[in-house]
Design a protein around this ligand. Structure first.
Ligand SMILES: Cc1cc2nc3c(=O)[nH]c(=O)nc-3n(C[C@H](O)[C@H](O)[C@H](O)COP(=O)(O)O)c2cc1C
Length: 379
């Protein structure tokens, strides 16, 4: 039967992808407490219904950073989407652009931003930056990004350390990939993925690698990234942010903010927006969830920049909940990857269509004509 919801796509992705890769996308960190709490706190949010409001269907239009958007969705940056499907990043960008949804290119994508721009000329591309220790190389990367008609920079600030994902240590599915009898068997049991994503493209273009790395460091995901200058800088400061702000002509969004003080500082330092995010429960297991942090940050809107939110969105109603709690847009991380795994560009587009339809249904039940009418239930 055709997939009806995000979980159906996830189930297909689980069959299609090697177990190690599926787990890399699906799971959390340490004891995966955060993953469970993200779900529980979203489930705990209820929305205020209004009756006899007429005017259905509701509009999903929104203004985000001064521009009109047909929907409040954004595709979050996800490293290595190109391991889920051949040209996975381009396929996601094309699927998103069918709905006018921005697609965020990760610093750690398989395809470089130039290839994604060529493959998805109509897409609104944002770029997520992990700052490399070598600032000159980081600056060069940003020049390439700007040349690809991409003016929105998303600086991720919640990944100061490599996360402790023990399942990936055990199964060898990391960078560098460590072949073991178990994970080689895992790949051989998924011959379609092995052929379509690794072997066939590999014969033409070589093994997948981090597409933004300078060629001398782009040795494929099998080899360790030994170059110290391309390690993510663990010691970023507000001074680094200011330097980036001064050097970038476009908009800058800080991704991974959970505290009100940091949100206020972000505004004072010139951030155009922040993403209230707990990184999908993938980084550290003792953080507040987005649903907990967002209303506190949004309580004083004049003091903070525009708010986006992510983590745990599986249904249209989850999107509506983050919007009701104060976000003006909501990012999807894992869900589009499952759509991509299940059906390529079409799968990702169908997944987005289902989430948008669920949002419209929810708006109808809530009697909300516009996204501004959304409100948490508070009595
Ligand atoms: C496989 C995978 C890779 C990710 N890679 C990045 C990344 O390169 N940069 C980044 O800022 N966030 C990254 N994230 C986090 C997402 O941008 C987003 O914050 C998170 O996935 C949202 O939660 P959700 O997956 O439950 O929607 C990644 C998430 C996943 C699932």
């Amino acid at each position: 039967m055709a997939p009806l919801n995000t979980d159906d796509f996830r189930a297909t992705a689980r069959r299609r992808l090697p177990r190690g890769l599926f787990d890399y996308i699906d799971r959390g960190t340490e004891d995966e407490v955060s993953l469970a709490r993200i779900r529980a706190s979203l489930d705990g949010v209820r929305l205020r219904p209004r009756i006899l409001n007429g005017d259905c269907p509701a509009s999903l239009e929104t203004t985000l950073l001064g521009r009109r958007h047909p929907t409040p969705l954004v595709i979050a940056p996800t490293a290595l989407a190109g391991m889920v499907a051949d040209k996975g990043e381009t396929k996601l960008a094309r699927a998103a652009s069918r709905f006018g949804i921005p697609f965020t290119v990760s610093t750690q994508s398989v395809e470089p931003v130039e290839d994604i721009r060529r493959g998805a000329p109509d897409a609104e591309l944002w770029f997520q930056l992990y700052v490399w220790k070598d600032r000159a190389r980081t600056a060069e990367l940003l020049r390439r990004v700007a040349a690809c008609d991409c003016d929105t920079l998303v600086l991720t600030v919640d990944t100061q350390m490599p996360p402790k994902r023990e399942y990936n240590q055990r199964n060898g599915f990391g960078v560098p990939f460590r072949p073991t009898p178990g994970n080689v068997a895992d790949m051989l049991c998924h011959p379609r993925w092995l052929w379509e994503v690794i072997l066939r493209p590999g014969l033409r273009r070589g093994m997948p690698s981090y597409g933004h790395y300078p060629p001398e460091f782009r040795a494929g995901l099998l080899s360790p990234v030994t170059a110290e200058e391309l390690r993510l800088d663990p010691a970023l400061t507000w001074q680094d942010f200011r330097a980036l702000r001064d050097g970038w002509q476009g908009r800058i969004i800080l991704k991974g903010v959970l505290g009100t003080e940091d949100a206020m500082r972000a505004k004072a330092e010139g951030a155009d927006a922040i993403v209230v995010s707990t990184h999908g429960g993938r980084n550290f297991d003792a953080l507040p969830t987005t649903a907990e942090a967002l209303p506190r940050i949004a309580a004083n809107p004049a003091a903070v920049p525009e708010l986006l939110a992510d983590s745990g969105v599986r249904r249209g109603s989850d999107v509506l909940k983050y919007l009701a709690l104060g976000a003006s847009a909501v990012q999807l991380g894992r869900a589009p990857l499952w759509g991509l795994a299940a059906g390529g560009e079409t799968g990702a587009a169908t997944l987005l269509e289902i989430i948008l339809a669920e949002m419209r249904t929810g708006m109808g039940f809530l009697g909300a004509r516009t996204l501004a009418d959304l409100c948490p239930f508070d009595n």
